[in-house]
Design a protein around this ligand. Structure first.
Ligand SMILES: Nc1ncnc2c1ncn2[C@@H]1O[C@H](COP(=O)(O)OP(=O)(O)O)[C@@H](O)[C@H]1O
Ligand SMILES: [Mg+2]
Length: 354
């Protein structure tokens, strides 16, 4: 059998650049070399695309772009080429055809439909949701709107644009009336809890808005949902499979960047320590959300479980953390008995067969 030519794209012009490096390093270490012919393409934080011929350790420790054998790489939009143009150091160029792109990129320019659009124009299959679904899932306002219209419970919210002309005092009063304190302020398009604050006063509201607008031109205000967070891995195209439900045990105010990647006080439980009935309900809801947002490939659906046992959507992650110990692969392993290497193969299969 011929090997599948897979381009693993990592890094990215995104605040989640470093997270991507860890996800990618883990994937690269576990790709079965007898089935895949892997090309590594790194994107620097400035947005420069480079062919990377080095070792996985250089990706893990973020020195990969210093490798003297890196050279520029262009993903060609030419649908008759289906691949990359590699600009060699000696000013010659080569074309590399590719069967599938695996964008191991998180957040902006990776998970938001932009690179997906480029792959669609190029006619190259790619892992994960398509352009439209990626863009909608990345934008917390549109995720809310689409899911509400599908009858899925989400946190009451307001979206805010036009930072310069805002009457912040009036907005604060309106928000407190509609959402009551404390309020979550989030950039509409970001991830890893960047730019998020939980505010309890006007002063904090002002600071929270400012911080949110540093990350995006649109910010959303959300009612605080009591309870704790659960997640569910969903996998598939037309036919979908749902992994285990996990739970985030937390002692902090919210699951911030520090907690997500260093787990100082929080703990992930997979399976979640909830009743079988609630797990079943969460899985049904995750599948419903996946379909409503027209997801394909994979998505991690994050929800809240309230003290009244109500399940409410928080957000969806179309390219969730993908190291071998990340939540998504763990939920797939525990719930579907599918190991990490098998998951990588399945994701590529789903991309090629979409
Ligand atoms: N409406 C809310 N009520 C309670 N906690 C929230 C709410 N929104 C966000 N959080 C907390 O903030 C964290 C980050 O928010 P989230 O919307 O998941 O953004 P990100 O895309 O950065 O992960 C969540 O994991 C949760 O702990
Ligand atoms: Mg989140």
């Amino acid at each position: 059998m011929e090997k599948i030519k897979l381009a693993v794209v990592f890094g990215g012009k995104s605040s989640e650049y470093l997270i991507s490096l860890h996800s990618a390093a883990s994937i690269i270490k576990n790709i079965p070399n007898d089935k895949f012919d892997v090309t590594l393409v790194g994107i620097t934080e400035e947005g420069k695309w480079l062919y990377f011929p080095g070792n996985v350790e250089e990706i893990d420790n973020n020195s990969w772009f210093e490798n003297p054998n890196c050279c520029e790489m262009i993903l060609s939009p030419n649908a008759t080429l289906k691949g990359f143009v590699k600009l060699n150091k000696d000013n010659t160029f080569e074309t590399l055809t590719i069967d599938c792109v695996f964008p191991v990129l998180h957040g902006k320019n990776g998970e938001d439909g932009t690179i997906q659009g480029l792959c669609e124009i190029a006619g190259i299959p790619f892992v994960g949701c398509d352009t439209l679904s990626s863009a909608v899932c990345m934008d917390k306002e549109f995720t809310h709107i689409v899911c509400e219209s599908a009858g899925i419970k989400t946190a009451p919210f307001m979206s805010v644009i036009n930072e310069k002309t805002l009457d912040i005092k009036a907005l604060y009063e309106d928000a407190v009336n509609k959402l009551s304190l404390p309020i979550f302020i989030k950039p509409a398009n970001a991830g890893s809890s960047h730019g998020i604050s939980k505010i309890r006063s006007y002063e904090e509201f002002e600071a929270g808005l400012k911080l949110g607008f540093k990350h995006d031109k649109k910010v959303i205000l959300e009612k605080t949902i009591e309870g704790f967070e659960i997640g569910c891995a969903v996998l598939g195209n037309d036919e979908i499979q749902v992994g285990e439900v996990d739970e985030i045990e937390m002692y902090h105010d919210f699951f911030d960047y520090e907690e997500k990647y260093h787990s100082t006080t929080s703990k992930i439980h997979c399976p979640a320590r909830i009743s079988d009935d609630l797990k079943k309900e969460a899985k049904v809801m995750a599948a419903h959300i996946y379909k409503a947002l027209r997801c394909s490939g994979m998505t991690r659906v994050d929800m809240f479980l309230t003290p009244n046992n109500e399940i409410i959507l928080n957000e969806v992650n179309t390219i969730p953390g993908l190291t071998s110990v990340s939540r998504y692969p763990s939920m797939v392993r525990v719930g579907l008995g599918m190991g990490y290497t098998e998951l990588i193969e399945e994701l590529v299969n789903l991309a090629i067969n979409r």
